[in-house]
Design a protein. Structure first.
Length: 353
């Protein structure tokens, strides 16, 4: 690694089971040993959408998840117990559950939230399960692998760092009475809904250690998928972990950036698709991409997006990936088809064809 020594190790015996994926068509007919190794980075519902699509086309899938959440059940557990926020990790595991009865039952169970007048109100079952195993096993990765095996998850879930992180943002016009001033806003939950215009974000601590297994997965991948998701609070934080950014820069994998279907209120109000790329480049100027994926109906200016993508060395792929009900949400089957086409048409690193 450039200027860094990465402590890479493989976890033996506790990886999630790699059972048959609940897929149809060509993906079902692929031999397990011939599947692409895919790493997806993000957090929240954006990462969940990507994972729900990717598990349909490969059984060799790893999710690397942000750990800066400080709201809701995750924030309460983080504050009380000093643990990593488990919420986005839980959502990723749920997204990797199969479409059979076992998978869908467990997906509902771990997503279930208690409703009461007491201290348990709002806590998700999966959050409590993950934290309990962290305390029992004393290891984040082993515990998440064990939960994945219990659920029959079709992939692996890893935190991007083993220490809880605080997200801080420089926001112009955060105080409407001072529209030209720039203030520091602290906390992922606050940044996600902040008034004003987010200029840039950073992490505290500023040099957090990456989870070695996450770095290894990126270096060993055929494809790395970044996004979709909350741009400043779920996507960009991965680029602020030095060892992880080094791995993303130096990996032999091809890299695809999946854009959101619409600007996010608070974080990216008024952002065009190309503005998302400009912000990404400002935070990681050395990052190269191969493909930028966007929904064709969400790109009013295709030429400007293509120009922004060229700065990363990337081409633009437009595809119908949104649900047909008009909601700004990705459709898993459509997104899976788009990823599969990109993986097939843009070259392959390993002998998995």
């Amino acid at each position: 690694m450039t200027g860094r020594t990465l402590r890479l190790r493989r976890l033996g015996g506790l990886g999630p089971s790699r059972g048959e994926s609940a897929v149809s068509g060509p993906a079902r007919r692929r031999r397990r040993g011939a599947q692409p190794k895919v790493v997806a980075l993000g957090g929240g519902m954006g990462l969940s959408a990507s994972l729900a699509a990717l598990r349909r086309i490969t059984g060799d899938l790893t999710a690397v998840v942000t750990v800066a959440d400080d709201g809701g059940s995750s924030g309460r557990l983080r504050e009380e117990l000093g643990v990593l926020p488990p919420g986005d990790l839980r959502k990723a595991l749920a997204a990797l559950c199969g479409d059979d009865e076992w998978g869908q039952t467990w997906a509902r169970v771990i997503q279930h939230r208690f409703a009461s007048q007491g201290e348990m109100h709002g806590h998700a079952v999966g959050n409590l399960l993950i934290v309990a195993l962290w305390e029992q096993l004393g290891d984040h990765v082993s515990a998440l692998d064990l939960v994945g095996r219990l659920l029959g998850a079709q992939g692996r879930v890893l935190p991007m760092s083993a220490v809880p992180l605080e997200l801080q943002a420089l926001v112009k016009g955060h105080d409407p009475a001072r529209p030209h001033d720039v203030d520091t806003v602290r906390g992922q939950a606050t940044v996600a809904l902040t008034p004003g215009e987010v200029q840039e974000v950073h992490l505290v601590p500023s040099d957090p250690p990456a989870v070695p297994e996450a770095v290894e997965a990126v270096l060993d991948a055929d494809w790395v998928v970044l996004g979709p998701g909350s741009w400043f609070s779920s996507v960009i934080p991965h680029l602020l972990v030095p060892d992880l950014l080094d791995a993303l820069t130096e990996t032999k994998a091809r890299r695809v950036l999946s854009l959101n279907l619409a600007p996010q209120p608070g974080e990216t109000d008024g952002f065009s698709p190309q503005r998302h790329l400009e912000v990404l480049a400002r935070h990681a100027p050395k990052l190269a991409l191969d493909v930028v994926l966007a929904d064709q109906a969400a790109v009013p200016d295709r030429e400007s997006l293509a120009d922004a993508a060229k700065r990363f060395g990337a081409s633009v792929e437009l595809a119908p990936v949104a649900r047909t009900d008009g909601s700004p949400k990705h459709d898993p089957e459509r997104l899976a088809a788009a990823y599969d086409r990109i993986f097939r048409m843009h070259g392959r690193i390993g002998p998995w064809r």
